[in-house]
Design a protein around this ligand. Sequence first.
Ligand code: SAM
Ligand code: SF4
Length: 465
Amino acid sequence: MNKQEECLVHIDEPQIMRLLEKRRPDPEQIREILAKALELKGLDSSEVATLIAVDDPDLLSELFSTARRVKQAIYGPRIVLFAPLYISNLCTNECLYCGFRAGNREVTRRVLSQEEIAAEVKILVEQGHKRILLVAGESYPDEGFDYIIKAIGTVYKTRSGHGEIRRVNVNIAPLSLEEFRQLKDAGIGTYQLFQETYHRGTYAHMHPAGRKRNYAWRIEAFDRAMQAGIDDVGIGVLFGLYDWRFEVLATLGHINHLESTFGVGPHTISVPRLEPTTGSDIACSPPHPVSDSDFCKIVAIFRMAVPYTGIIMSTRENEDVRRATLALGVSQISAGSRTNPGGYADGIMDENAQFQLGDHRNLDEVIGDLATLGYIPSFCTACYRLGRTGEDFMAVAKPGDIKYRCDPNALSTFLEYLIDYAPAETQTAGERLISSQLERMSARERATASKMLDRVRAGNRDVYV
Ligand code: SAM
Ligand code: SF4
């Protein structure tokens, strides 16, 4: 038996290649698929392969407008905000695209102490953040994996004024079943991990040394996480390493595996695109560059194919790309990010950053922009706090009921932000946005939201349903 057959998650490369060889699809067939997408039940691999082949400008614009309608129907105007927290750039791997790879001498190694982590968190809390994504390279200081568990504890117990971090998601290397159990006990929100590329040949080339060489250990990580009781997982590939068309279909293959094995797919899909970094030629000149228009198509196709899975857009992308993809399907964005350990306290992005950023605006500038565009910035963490994760989340989300909780929760957490952290100008724009959103709500929703907003105005915090 070869390695590929041994793997729990089977990505059928020949089958994906066959699907991608499809002839130019006829407009009628494409419109049928787009009509199906509007039923909000998702699309299968063959339908997605057909959409991937769309290049006629008129059909492409129909594809984008369908994705916008799906996005609007499920997520409305809400956009959830978070910040990454890089705690260490130590790493024993040699990923050719990453600034943290072991052989990169241009990076100064830094592992934050628990005090330094608390200092970073305090800064994020004082900006108004409520959720963070904890990130580290694949090597921990002497205390081993315990370092991560302690760091999560430090984040949750750090407070400043009214504020605290209410949800810690993590993006760290694949763990053993026992370590995943510890991660679950530490109270994480989502366990996020990117396969980088599902294409085995490319994977082997990009990961010449270290534990990350093992494709199966990585692709099976979500199976172990789910077995350990972590049912919110975040999937993704690093676009630019291999043909995006293949990666989109392979991602769907991985999602199908999780759905058929555990009854629930990923909570989120991330769409990182390769960014330049120190000490990596590949990062500066991607082998399979993805154009902005194909990138928008990727987001739109994911939105239609897996409508109830959130899509995350990081500050790797510039403001224009972020704005365009918000409308097409993105539901969560980071803001004011630093990708160097200690970057918030240091106030700079230096050569120790994992990669360069495309969006350098601070949280308040991003919020001002969202509000101007009519989006409601949300700091909601209710589902995870109420144990509405995995299958329980999908049971509320799929009939469309989640909206009646997300909308009021978005408004109450946004109001918290406006009162506690926003400058006067954002406060005025934000209050206007809240009033106009209340007017648009059904009577039932408005009654719930108004009560919650009154409680926040009266000084209560962390008000959610
Ligand atoms: N070290 C862990 C791992 O590799 O799984 C987790 C953290 S790693 C810092 C997070 C992600 O950053 C990687 O999975 C990869 O997709 C992404 N990344 C690495 N180099 C990048 C680059 N040059 N541009 C954009 N994203 C990059
Ligand atoms: Fe290390 Fe992760 Fe960077 Fe690879 S991507 S070098 S594992 S930090």
